[in-house]
Design a protein around this ligand. Sequence first.
Ligand SMILES: *Cc1c(COP(=O)(O)O)cnc(C)c1O
Length: 376
Amino acid sequence: MHHATICVHGGAEPHAETGALNMPIYQTSTYVQDSPGQPRLYDYARAGNPTRTAAEEALALLEGGACAYSFASGLAAAQVAIQLLDQGSHVLVCEDVYGGSGRLFTDIMARYGLEFDFIDMAEPQAIAAAIKDNTRMLWIESPTNPLLHLVDIRAAVEIAAPRAITTVVDNTFASPVFQSPLALGADVVLHSTTKYMGGHSDMIGGALIVNRDDLAARIKFLQFAAGAIPSPFESFLLARSVRTLHLRMQRHQENALRIAQALEHSGRFAAVIYPGLPSHPQHALAKKQMRGFGGIISLRVHGGQAAAEDFFQKLRLFKLAESLGGVESLVNHPETMTHASVPLARRQQLGIDGGLIRLSVGIEHCDDLLADLGVG
Ligand SMILES: *Cc1c(COP(=O)(O)O)cnc(C)c1O
């Protein structure tokens, strides 16, 4: 089935008893049992909830996975992915990983006997060169936040899989509509469902999607035993939002491509970074690995932070805020906002400075967005 159809129908069977077209919000902590130790479908809501199951079924179908597990946030999902590892394991992380993921690794998980190395994964050989005897996981984000670097997922898996290294791909930026990491060989797909999956800037959530039975069993256990589950209401919002994911992603990408072209054409910026532009150094990989280029554009202004602030002042539709992936257009200053938690030395090395701006292009009429940006 096509993604557009899966979005509308995935996990959405009418309710057996009432015929309700949509899965109700099961606001319950427990379930009655007919005899001791004989629950019907569910026994306790940390372990399972029908509203959550509906959302998870939709996510699994969209990613082409056997199972999906949802969590209270993207970072709660990331924490569980790391908890698949035993003490003493080494993880290779792409260097411009989401700042919150990097902080989780170095400030929390490294205290529990895990090692993390952040490396440039643009060349797959760099991954092979950095592998150590105790390397157990590759942590890939593609495209990355905010510099929109890509990692060749298939090439990375070809290095990792023969060495029994688990490949995790954070697919938040691309969404399952534009990229299918499991089909490229990855073992675990991660989403911050807060972003495109939720799509309306009104919920926080995360998910892990897998095909391997061993990983599924362990993640299900961690979801239940460590307990970072989403609420029934968040699960309802997620299942509901997925219905329009395909439609929204199409418009995000249509608008972003047109805007990126107009911004580049204007000649007013030091750089316009968008995987859909031929000027993007990994444009060919984007065309090969993705079905669309997404809705995020990064820009470098001439004149550093002062020029960036001047740019923000002129915007009316693009709201200055953290986060991304909602129906409304947002603008963000990574250096002082989303990426302030990234150590200064790494920010400088990556090129996240005062003149860098990230746009999350919404689904408004493109002409209005172009006019807001002064290139209409
Ligand atoms: C936002 C984000 C996360 C973290 O998700 P939360 O839902 O905020 O916990 C992880 N990865 C990427 C790429 C993100 O953009």
